[in-house]
Design a protein around this ligand. Structure first.
Ligand code: LLP
Length: 429
């Protein structure tokens, strides 16, 4: 979350806008996204990474928050886009993103998606497995094209248990195994395939990481691979893709981690490795998603029923919930909130914030302190909902997805219109 700003009316201000006025004008639930914040993060990526190191580039992991508006902003700021499906590529192209600066991910790309990506000259395929490599080569041959690829490896570093597991067979659906015969089979195939141009390797160690330990361990492993495949197969790696996963501050007490705290250590390792082993510096990619948009977004809700069970708890129900933010129920994710129209009030009322779904687990915040004078009709702001909220939203219980407004210098514009009940049945025949 970001620092809380309150205006003279006691209203929460976000991105220069009075959040209570936004709720009045656009209704709730409402995703509010601050364009200026996204721009600042992109510029930080440029100064702390792209401009700081030679051969360093960044693609925004658009799965975190993909709208045409957001794609346009990051494109304008000079970043490429990481996409994971035909749908994401389609929307990114509609937004005017440069296909050459796009990376296409996924562990089971369909032939249709591969064809679409090739026809549109998507810059890089991150190939996940041998099955896919064969399919990409075949599809490229049919289209008389060459697919430029990075091969995704499973570094054997589990970000959540990495202290205990540093080598061995890691259970992951992503990437190729590093066992010599397995990896060499894939790499050899790529080198021999007529319609494949192998550029290098990719790893992604996990998401919402708050330190660089897992990244550094994965770095050592991928650099070992770079050295081994030069010796064993004569392949000189031209590109390394270090994935994303750079975490953001969700709740009080968490740190804000700077991008450099993640990337400097990895870049230091690459530089030393190249010097010591006589490699030219490869092109290095990073794929930040949440780090760019997590704290660019908030969600505004209207408080409805408030139910107090004496000696147990008070349930505060809002007009959204797990359909617009499935992260608490999926990952026990924690959030901070404030009563936007009473942001100056003392927050000493202990409550559970719940959604409106027919599901007991639809709890947005298990325990928090809200304004002492909280009442139905108040506007509740939940912070840090920029990443993996809109992009993971559903229509469970036939609840229409919220609208999204973008703020630029405090001025709001509608970016995604609210879904209607009619929208919900549009595709039904
Ligand atoms: N690159 C690859 C290959 C990825 O799989 C991901 C995220 C990223 C980059 C971007 O990761 P980020 O920088 O945003 O951490 N839905 C989950 C997060 C899933 C992340 C999936 N992959 C959540 O809400 O926490």
């Amino acid at each position: 979350m970001r620092e809380i700003e309150v205006n003279r009316d006691g209203h929460l201000v976000f991105g220069g806008a009075d959040t209570v006025k936004l709720a009045e004008e656009y209704g709730t639930p409402l995703y509010v996204v601050d364009e200026n914040y996204i721009v600042e993060r992109c510029r930080e990526i440029k100064s702390a990474f792209m401009d700081k190191y030679p051969n360093a580039t960044a693609v925004y992991a658009s799965k975190a928050l993909q709208t045409i508006d957001v794609c346009r902003i990051v494109t304008r700021e000079g970043l490429g886009l990481d996409t994971v499906s035909g749908g994401e590529i389609y929307a990114a192209l509609k937004a005017g993103a440069d296909p050459q600066k796009m990376v296409f991910h996924g562990n089971n790309k369909t032939k249709e998606e591969i064809k679409f990506a090739l026809e549109n000259n998507i810059g890089r395929f991150v190939v996940d497995n041998l099955y896919e490599l064969v399919l990409v080569n075949k599809t490229a041959a049919e289209l008389e094209k060459t697919a430029s690829i990075q091969i995704r490896i499973t570094p054997g570093v589990d970000s959540h248990t990495h202290k205990f597991i540093s080598t061995g067979n890691i259970d992951s659906k992503f990437g190729i195994s590093l066992k010599k015969e397995d990896r060499n089979e894939v790499i050899k195939y790529a080198l021999d395939a007529a319609n494949i141009d192998l550029k290098g390797f990719h790893f992604h160690v996990g998401s919402q990481l708050m330190d660089n330990e897992a990244h550094l361990m994965a770095m050592d492993i991928i650099l070992g691979l770079v050295k081994d495949v030069r010796e064993e197969l004569g392949f000189v790696t031209k590109e390394l893709n270090l994935g994303g996963g750079f975490g953001v501050r969700y709740v009080d007490g968490e740190e804000t981690v700077r991008l450099e705290d993640f990337t400097d250590g990895m870049m230091g390792k690459i530089n030393r490795f190249c010097e010591e082993n006589g490699f030219e510096l490869p092109m290095v990619y990073i794929e930040p998603g949440r780090w760019i948009v997590g704290n660019a977004g908030i969600t505004l809700y209207t408080v409805g029923s408030i139910k107090t069970i004496p000696d147990i708890k008070t349930y505060v129900a809002v007009d959204g919930g797990m359909p617009d933010n499935p992260r608490p129920i999926l990952y026990q994710a924690e959030y901070e909130s404030v009563v936007a129209n009473k942001a100056a009030s003392k927050a000493n009322k202990t409550v559970s914030v719940v959604g409106k779904c027919c599901e007991s687990g639809d709890v947005l915040i298990e325990k928090t302190e809200l304004a002492e004078d909280l009442e139905s009709g108040d506007i509740l702001c939940v912070f840090t909902t920029g990443a993996y909220n809109y992009s993971m939203a559903s229509n469970y219980n036939r609840i229409p997805r919220p609208a999204m407004v973008m703020l630029k210098d405090g001025k709001a514009r509608l970016s995604v219109r609210r879904e209607t009940w009619e929208d919900l049945i549009l595709r039904e025949i």
